[in-house]
Write a protein that binds this ligand. Sequence first.
Ligand SMILES: Cc1cn([C@H]2C[C@H](O)[C@@H](COP(=O)(O)OP(=O)(O)OP(=O)(O)O)O2)c(=O)[nH]c1=O
Length: 210
Amino acid sequence: MNVRSSSTSSSTIRQLVLASSSPRRQELVASLGLSLPVLILSSDADESTPQHWPPAMIVEQLGLRKARATCELLSSEAVNSSLILGADTIVVLDSKVLGKPVDKNDAIRTLTALEGREHEVYTGVAVIEPGTGRELVHHRMTRVTMKKLGDERIQRYVDSGEPLDKAGSYGIQGLGATIVERIDGCYFNVVGLPLSLLSDMLDEFGINVI
Ligand SMILES: Cc1cn([C@H]2C[C@H](O)[C@@H](COP(=O)(O)OP(=O)(O)OP(=O)(O)O)O2)c(=O)[nH]c1=O
């Protein structure tokens, strides 16, 4: 979705601002080895959404909200020379959105629902250029099948602490790799930032990853 467009590239971009507190997103952006500096600046964007929104709309709009909320925190000089990146990830099972668990019991319930079944992971990515008002928003969806786990294995995984800050209560990049049977689609989308999509979006703003 091209939300608003007033130019195709800018030579005045001096930094990328990552509007995220997620260590995974920070590592993934760092892995691109961009030639411009990356500033990490997360904000407190409202993450509530209307019940009827489909998953793609939820993640795209939340990515956009995060980017716009971080924009508010920048000085006017920085605003005019920054690209801001926001992202949001949700897990969807039987049309039900599963965000981050509120506690260990919630994580156990979520993993019990996911085990032995296929679910969808959606990540929305927003890149905005406040200096020109240009905003690009897209999403990717990846299908993930989780192994049948059993109560004891689920309990041990939750006790590891890994599920607690992650959508769907698992992290495919960590111990969660051992409970996933197969994936269909972009792996990095599951981790929280689809790098192939992101590089195409940065390209639109004149930032070439390679
Ligand atoms: C499914 C899955 C999710 N996750 C993580 C990515 C995100 O950090 C988190 C989804 O929550 P988000 O609300 O998308 O992100 P966040 O609150 O962690 O960070 P911010 O809003 O500041 O950018 O779940 C994994 O790390 N691995 C996985 O396999």
